[in-house]
Ligand binder design. Structure first.
Ligand code: PLP
Ligand code: TYF
Length: 396
């Protein structure tokens, strides 16, 4: 029956883990997938999450289905975390989602069905490897706008604004709210203001992907600047939120999708259609992770603890950036590695090419994606020197 099914390629990012597992080198290093590790290189469950989970278990809740849009207290807390006081939440149509990916997919499906403008979504070049697949599988056309400047290893701000202005009027523009994946290069607040103006000028629709709120600066409010600024400027964007990284809830699949509308009446109509979309997709989302997130966001003390833990994760990543740069300099590398510390979030975009990345894997058992992205969250005080030696060997 399936003789005509061709072998497909592995996921560009998740496939790295497969290659890493097969390697028998005792000091192999996996900097592929973006998942936080502690300084011992171990997956990290936040203490606030452990406490919240215990509270959820102790409450001996039943296992009944949630509604189509999920756990209500979770959804309202997620909305508050993202938008804070930038709007009246009755204008927001929101639903729990299967983490950030599921939120993007609901958004893609909703726009495909109802967006009255140009059904083309423009994503940055480069962007998260899964964006193209999510949106094209949703039935939208996918195009790219300039984002990263190879020469400066920074933002191609002029190119980005020019491309936004040149998109067909009423296009969909996907924006990474903070901690751009894979480059770690974000616009400044000043640049965000100009981007907002350009999106407005083109009559475009902004779609924010916020998978790292808190991870960029260590401060969830600061990281929501772009989203809240757009709202202040009168945009009515939609938003995909993920709690995979900032609560370390990866496999629990906790996220939210929301659309800012013009009025509570419009929000109700939109919400009714989001429900109609979700029902045949997965009927209703899992409850456990959302209950845990809700227990944190809804309790002042736990929330404060969580924010401190997010900051600690962000700070460890910043320390590892400094240490990697320092080690490369100590080894006598003549390259300029300042982008390692100027970039933010979970990833560093090293500037290494595909051949160098292949050498890193083959000769040094250091695994990361071939675009030169490394997950800084996988660097530890124990492996940073060996990593620097490997990078120096392939770039020296
Ligand atoms: N968007 C971006 C930019 C990401 O990097 C990720 C990965 O973490 C996601 C969305 C969605 O991830 P998840 O589905 O695990 O929340
Ligand atoms: O970019 C990353 O590493 C994370 C995790 O198909 C991820 O966003 C990677 C690939 C994928 C799903 C999640």
């Amino acid at each position: 029956t399936w003789a005509n099914v061709p072998q497909g390629p592995p996921d560009a990012i998740l496939g790295i883990t497969e290659a890493f597992k097969k390697d028998s080198h005792p000091k192999k290093i996996n900097l592929g997938v973006g998942a936080y590790r502690d300084d011992a290189g171990k997956p990290y469950v936040l203490p606030s999450v452990r406490t919240a989970e215990q509270k959820v278990v102790d409450a001996r809740l039943d296992k009944e289905y949630a509604g189509i849009t999920g756990v209500p207290s979770f959804v309202s807390s997620a909305i508050k975390l993202a938008y804070a006081d930038s709007l009246d939440p009755s204008r927001v149509s929101a639903t729990q989602s299967i983490s950030g990916t599921g939120a993007l997919r609901i958004g893609g499906a909703f726009l495909q069905r109802f967006y009255p403008g140009v059904k083309t979504v423009y994503i940055p070049n480069p962007s998260w490897a899964n964006h193209t697949a999510v949106f094209s599988d949703s039935g939208l056309k996918v195009e790219k706008y300039r984002y990263y400047n190879k020469e400066t290893i920074g933002l191609d701000f002029e190119g980005m604004v020019e491309d936004i202005k040149n998109m067909p009027k009423g296009s969909i523009v996907l924006l990474h709210a903070c901690a751009h994946n894979p480059t770690g290069v974000d616009p400044t607040q000043e640049q965000w203001r100009a981007i907002s103006d350009a999106v407005k000028e083109g009559g475009h629709f902004p779609f924010f992907d916020m998978a790292y709120q808190g991870f960029a600066s260590g401060d969830t409010d600061r990281d929501a600047f772009a989203l809240r600024h757009f709202i202040k400027e009168g945009h009515n964007p939609c938003l995909a939120q993920s709690f995979a990284k900032n609560m370390g809830l990866y496999g629990e699949r906790v996220g939210a999708f929301s659309i800012v509308t013009a009025s509570p009446e419009e929000a109700a109509r939109v919400a009714s259609q989001v429900k109609i979309l979700v029902r045949p997709l997965y009927s209703n989302p899992p409850v456990h992770g959302a209950r845990v997130a809700s227990a944190i966001l809804g309790d002042a003390q736990l929330n404060a603890q969580w924010l401190a833990e997010v900051k600690a994760m962000a700070d460890r990543i910043i320390d590892m950036r400094k240490l990697l740069k320092l080690n490369l300099e100590r080894l006598g590398s003549r390259r300029d590695w300042s982008h390692i510390t100027s970039q933010i979030g979970m990833f560093a975009y090293t500037g290494l090419g595909p051949e160098q990345m292949e050498l890193l894997a083959k000769e040094h058992s250091v695994y990361a994606t071939k675009d030169g992205r490394i997950s800084v969250a996988g660097i530890t005080t124990g492996n940073v020197q060996r990593l620097a030696e490997a990078i120096h060997a392939v770039t020296g």
